[in-house]
Design a protein around this ligand. Structure first.
Ligand code: PEP
Ligand code: MG
Length: 680
């Protein structure tokens, strides 16, 4: 059957909606072909994200689908629905995500100025350093054994997948989940049937894996780069990025080695891949400038999320500059000034100070408490992973920390950190927050987070296996040093200890005993510490939510981890994209559990927070306010917006909304209801 649909997305079928479309098509057995009807284009495979991107389908374009197979009717219905619903984007009144581009329409004021395209706003002054790309030569051989070359390619793609997952987690932490989503798209490229078929086809003809892979990548990248829509054409850089990553693995090299600046300065590069941008050290890179790239390239999007001034598309003249020369970068204007005169330097410093003043003004609202129209205060705190996050959280107006993920101390090491290492790391973070509350979660390892030095063994279902508190209670050699370090570092601060993945009452009791044991040992040793810490638990396993009345007697507080609570309630692994449609935590099933937990906590006189992603979800906030949540913990950058949302609501209206959405049947229905609800 054939079907015609109109693309409603404001920037067309670009990477993320395109990826969602291809992933949805993949779920069906039927063969699904797609073409751009408006452009009278050729057919391509709708299950291939690259096939979808190369349509160049823009807002308002019509696409035609040809679906043949046993489930064609269901496929047609589902694809119609996802397209009409905006493929993960809001399709009504969406503002473009591109920066408020000051187009380089005026010529530069003098020949020491270069005009490019604004990448990310901000002024920076400093010496330049050029990223010397090491060209990786692609070896080419004929007469190779196809089975061996195919296995090599598969292994390299698998290694690249793992790396991209790690990068996705890092960017989620440093910027936000939406910026990190590009790496999920990169992972989809790695599984793309179009790309893999092209590479495997060449391998079958005896070509070596490296050459076959890069030929396929180049072919696809060139096709994308030739499309008229700049947003889609910019994806050529993404496919090349993925190409280089796999090539590096095929050649046994470290992929996309991070650029190391020797001193604080301005990074110059021909172009930066998303991976390279994400790996920049913000302490040393004051800004970056690229010869190529546009405002919708992911390096520019990431720069904005990382608040790193950037100018892109400056042309080849940029690369003639000798290392060490001082320049002025104006990211908002998309301009750089070479060999600046004293007066220009002074003007730039003044402009930098003026912009800092304006930003300060915007943040001044963020520092105010979040109080609803009728005077109910909700504590808005941050999810952090290390001391850099801690500083950033304060800038965004965090009133404390609702979730300190302590895994950072344990990852990327050969051996477990000792008590003193941990003490110093915690102390550094606590000092940033002074007397504000900091909820520290004890080690939450296992599931998808492995530690090589902890022999966790192979498990068929690691998310349901030996993880988090289950490991800690079995391994006092790991748990006791952490608890001791926390009790020692807590002195003089308002520290709360929280246990992850509590499923059964005996676990929370054993965890509390472990704290008592650590305190007793410290006392015997005469060490300085405080036992005056609140003890709480994550509610992220359905049994804990269902039995919340009994758990409430055991703890000082609950913090609802909606990420895992959704995964376990819906029986849909959070990293498995095939079941991602079940992963929206705003689903009424999860909201009902949140209500139950909140009521149980309050009945016992305990406070309750939400620290999963739902806690920072603008549409969920009024519901959480209406359900009576006391504390919301989220990625720092979301705090100013979350506070602004709370300030717009009246709790009576929010409570009425909450009561209504609890009886709806889907997550989508909940979102629609909130959007159309009168606030006050
Ligand atoms: C959660 O599960 O909601 C949570 C906050 O913890 P994490 O995402 O670290 O598992
Ligand atoms: Mg969790």
């Amino acid at each position: 059957m054939n079907l015609t649909l109109t693309i409603l997305n404001p920037t067309g079928l670009h990477a993320r909606p395109g990826a969602i479309f291809a992933a949805t098509a993949k779920k069906f057995k039927s063969a699904i072909q797609i073409r751009n009807l408006t452009k009278d284009g050729d057919w391509s495979d709708a299950k291939s994200v690259l096939g979808v991107l190369k349509l160049g389908a823009e807002n308002g374009h019509q696409i035609e689908l040809s679906i043949t197979g046993e489930d064609e009717a269901e496929a047609a219905q589902t694809l119609r629905r996802v397209v009409e619903n905006g493929l993960g984007e809001s399709v009504t009144g969406v503002a473009l995500q591109t920066p408020s581009a000051v187009q380089p329409s005026q010529p530069p004021a003098n020949d020491r100025q270069l005009r490019g395209v604004p990448g990310a706003p901000g002024i920076a002054i400093g010496p330049v350093q050029r990223w010397q790309e090491q060209e990786i030569a692609v070896p080419r051989r004929a007469g190779c054994h196809p089975a061996i070359e195919t296995a090599k390619l598969d292994t390299a793609c698998a290694a690249a997948q793992v790396e991209l997952e790690q990068l996705e987690s890092k960017v989620t932490r440093d910027a936000s989940a939406s910026e990190a989503a590009i790496f999920a798209v990169h992972r989809m490229f790695l599984e793309d049937p179009d790309l893999l078929q092209a590479a495997r086809g060449e391998i079958q003809r005896g070509v070596n894996a490296e050459a076959a892979w890069m030929d396929a990548v180049t072919q696809v990248a060139e096709r994308l780069a030739g499309l008229s829509d700049p947003t889609i054409a910019a994806r050529a850089a993404d496919i090349r990025d993925v190409g280089q990553r796999v090539l590096a693995h095929l050649l046994g090299r470290a992929a996309s080695a991070a650029f190391k600046m020797t001193q604080p300065g301005i990074l110059l590069a021909r172009d930066l891949t998303p991976s390279q941008t994400a790996s920049l050290d913000k302490a040393l890179v004051l800004a970056f400038c690229t010869a190529e790239g546009g405002p919708t390239s992911h390096s520019a999007i990431l720069a904005r999320a990382l608040q790193l001034p950037a100018v892109v598309g400056l042309g080849d003249a940029l690369l003639q500059m000798p290392d060490g020369e001082t320049i002025i970068v104006d990211g908002g204007l998309g301009q750089i000034t070479l060999r600046p005169l004293a007066a220009e330097l002074e003007a730039a410093r003044q402009e930098k100070a003026r912009q800092a003043g304006l930003a300060q003004l915007a943040f001044s609202e963020a520092a105010r408490p979040a109080i609803s129209l009728d005077g109910r205060r909700v504590e808005v705190v941050a999810n952090i992973g290390d001391v850099a996050d801690a500083r950033q959280a304060l800038e965004f107006g965090a009133e404390g920390v609702g979730l300190l993920r302590t895994e950072f101390l344990y990852l990327q090491r050969e051996t477990a950190p000792d008590e003193q290492d941990q003490y110093e790391a915690y102390r550094a973070i606590f000092e940033v927050f002074g007397s504000r509350p900091v909820v520290v979660r004890t080690l939450d390892i296992g599931g998808d987070k492995m530690l090589p030095y902890l022999d966790l063994g192979q498990e068929d279902n690691p998310f349901l296996g030996w993880r988090a508190i289950r490991i800690c209670l079995n391994r006092p050699d790991i748990f006791q040093p952490q608890l001791r370090a926390l009790l020692r570092a807590a002195q003089g601060h308002d520290i709360r200890i929280m246990f992850p993945m509590i499923a059964a009452l005996q676990e929370i009791r054993a965890a509390k005993d472990a704290v008592a044991q650590a305190a007793a040992a410290l006392k015997t040793e005469g060490a300085a510490f405080t036992a005056n810490v609140q003890l709480g638990m994550m509610v992220e396993i359905p049994s804990a939510a269902v039995m919340a009345d009994l758990f409430a007697r055991e703890v000082d507080f609950f913090s609802i981890g909606t990420n895992d609570l959704t995964q376990y309630t819906m029986a849909a692994e959070r990293t498995n994209k095939r079941v991602a449609y079940l992963g929206d935590a705003i689903h009424p099933a999860i909201l009902r559990l949140i209500r139950q937990v909140t009521e149980a906590a309050h009945a016992a006189g305990k406070w309750v927070g939400v620290c999963g992603e739902l806690g920072g979800d603008a549409l969920a906030l009024p519901i959480l306010l209406g359900l009576g949540i006391d504390e919301l913990s989220m990625t720092p950058a979301m705090i100013p917006q979350a506070k602004a949302v709370i300030r717009q609501w009246h709790t009576a209206s929010a409570a009425k909304l909450a009561a209504e959405v609890l009886s709806l049947d889907t997550a989508q229905a909940v979102r629609a209801k909130v959007q159309n609800w009168p606030k006050a």
